[in-house]
Design a binder for this molecule. Structure first.
Ligand code: PEP
Length: 253
């Protein structure tokens, strides 16, 4: 059975003391309210990974980074490698978020390298794909998302692909308050799963968790998570508020 995952993407928000207060609140609510089959991940800014990891201790909530370098070590000022994440015991890493693609020019070739580095360091990539509004309006969203998946993931062996989590995040729904409908989300998740099945076979495709991201909140999460091909969420804004985030997690059945 594939894993159910709710991952919070804090982006570049919170001071360290605010971050610790948020985690304390989440931990206080989550232990009693969250089902054992849902993996909760907090993808926090790099400098907070170790303090937050220490704060989480043995709780079921684990940490993720929001990016990693395509290099292992060396003269790459400001970068953080997957091997560094491994040395900090940070299990997850978001790769290819639309903000990285848009503001930092990350493309499929670079992301393929980053996915490879994450897997080589035994980290779980949360690989993001999704179309901008003009692509959706032109009706070419399926083609684009399939191309993003193919470019970054289709060089992997089936065994390695099974270690990847995919997040479908329509760019027009990120941070806009405009969520994809459950039907739109299900359609695209099914398209991605079918694409995985055509390359790797159905058994492999059925093992891959595909998360939905784009203005998920406590009100819409249950309907989105009830879709058969939606295995959880990548949650931005709502992950910055403890009650809202825990309610999103609780919406997972
Ligand atoms: C995200 O950052 O991946 C995201 C989906 O943000 P939001 O939930 O705020 O739309």
């Amino acid at each position: 059975m594939r894993k159910k995952i709710v991952a919070g993407n804090w982006k570049m928000n919170k001071t360290l003391s605010e971050a610790k207060a948020l985690v304390a609140e989440v931990m206080g609510m989550i232990s009693s309210e969250v089902k054992a089959n849902t993996q909760v991940v907090l993808c926090v800014p790099f400098p907070y990974l170790v303090p937050i990891k220490n704060q989480l201790g043995n709780s079921s909530v684990i940490t993720g980074a929001q990016n990693c370098s395509e290099h292992d070590w060396g003269a790459y000022t400001g970068e953080v490698s997957a091997l560094m994440l491994k040395s900090m015991e940070v299990p997850y890493v978001i790769l290819g978020h639309s903000e990285r693609r848009q503001y930092f020019g990350e493309d499929g070739t670079l992301l393929a390298t980053k996915v490879n580095k994450a897997l080589a360091a035994e980290r779980t990539p949360i690989f993001c794909c999704g179309e901008a509004l003009e692509i959706r309006e032109a009706g070419t969203h399926e083609k684009l998302v399939k191309q993003q998946v193919e470019e970054a993931l289709f060089y992997l062996s089936a065994d390695d692909l099974k270690k990847v989590v995919i997040a479908y995040e329509p760019v027009w729904a990120i941070g806009t308050g405009k969520t994809a409908t459950a039907q739109q989300a299900q359609e695209m998740h099914a398209v991605i799963r079918k694409q995985l099945a055509s390359k790797y076979g159905e058994a492999v495709a059925n093992e891959i968790s595909i998360l939905y991201g784009g203005s998920v909140n406590a009100k819409n999460a249950a309907e989105l998570f009830a879709c058969p091909d939606v295995d959880g969420g990548l949650v931005g804004g709502a992950s910055l508020k403890s009650r809202e985030f825990v309610d999103v997690v609780k919406a997972m059945k």
